[in-house]
Design a protein around this ligand. Structure first.
Ligand SMILES: Cc1ncc(COP(=O)(O)O)c(C=O)c1O
Length: 299
């Protein structure tokens, strides 16, 4: 297959060439929005980030995103150097400067900042954190359901690089995605250390079997905000939902499969490892959950 698509595919929007990017308190045109080559994020992937979405004038689930950002920063012992209110106000400032009212996506990044010398030790990052907000006009546009390939790259244990961290370094996920593309698929389905189906390189993963919604236990994947919202929506609407271990056998035999993430909400999966899932198109449960999620975002 050569017509690869990605879960983060959006309509072309020429306005994105002229956006202003928030870099450490200054709003800069794209070509001037740069960080130092000594920045811990550039040099080592030493930082954390959040992806947020603007719908009808409101940033969806802002509290959850701020909770996760500050929790991740604490976990990696990174002082963001700003309060939660200051971070939110930077987001609003960027939104206002770009005149965005809906269908925008923000990538809010905080790194350990500029290093005094080009080496790993965190003590060399002495100038305080670097914070950047890239905000783009964004309407997800996927021409067809996504195809996945299972890859040898695993979701690891919490004591290596905890997969719950939205870290700048995403090399494990990037290598997984490359392997999937080389296998002819769009993105990667990743297993946990026991061989159970866990997540994809950039989204959380769900299957639907006989009217029930299954997802992994959550032990080895990103604690996705959209994932949690889908679980909550199932519970609130009488849809059986299970966070459990399951294998590729259960997965290939599923009636539906879909992915969750802030960018694409719920993305249908058409095939996995060359096996068509259900009809190969978006199934009724995925469609129902998409509608429920839309209502939740509006509410
Ligand atoms: C590996 C991975 N899984 C899942 C997600 C989806 O998380 P959320 O629903 O909070 O956007 C992300 C998004 O950052 C991710 O990087």
């Amino acid at each position: 297959m050569t017509d690869h698509v990605s879960t983060h595919q959006a309509e072309e929007d020429a306005r994105n060439e002229n956006i202003l990017i928030w870099v450490d308190g200054a709003l800069k045109p794209k070509p001037q929005a740069v960080v130092s080559v000594y920045d811990s994020g550039f040099m080592l992937g030493d930082g954390v980030w959040e992806g947020l979405r603007l719908y009808d004038g409101r940033w969806a689930f802002m509290d959850d995103h701020m909770d996760r950002l500050f929790e991740a920063a604490k976990a990696i012992d990174l002082d963001i150097g700003r309060t939660r209110e200051q971070v939110i106000s930077a987001l609003f400032e960027t939104q206002k400067a770009n005149g965005m009212t809906t269908d925008a996506h923000a990538r809010l990044m905080v790194t350990r900042g500029v290093k005094t010398r080009p080496f790993q030790h965190p003590r060399l990052s002495q100038q305080g954190p670097t914070m950047v907000i890239i905000m783009e006009h964004s309407r997800p546009k996927l021409p067809r359901p996504i195809t996945l390939a299972t890859v040898p790259h695993l979701r690891g244990l919490p004591m290596t690089q905890d997969p719950k961290l939205n870290s700048h370094s995403k090399l494990n996920c990037i290598l997984a995605c490359i392997a999937a593309q080389k296998a002819g698929a769009d993105e990667a389905l990743m297993l946990d250390i026991h061989g159970f189906v866990n997540t994809t390189n950039a989204c959380n993963f769900f299957i639907v079997r006989k009217g029930a919604v299954w997802t992994s236990t959550g032990d080895y994947c990103m604690n996705g905000i959209t994932r949690q919202k889908v679980i909550d929506l199932c519970r609130a609407n009488g849809i059986p939902v299970f966070e459990r271990n399951f294998s590729l056998v259960d997965t290939y035999g599923a009636d539906e499969a879909f992915l969750t993430g802030t960018f694409g909400a719920q993305t249908p999966v058409g095939s996995i490892d060359g096996r068509q899932i259900g009809t190969g198109q978006m199934g009724p449960m995925t469609e129902r959950l998409r509608a429920l999620y839309k209502d939740l975002v509006r509410a």
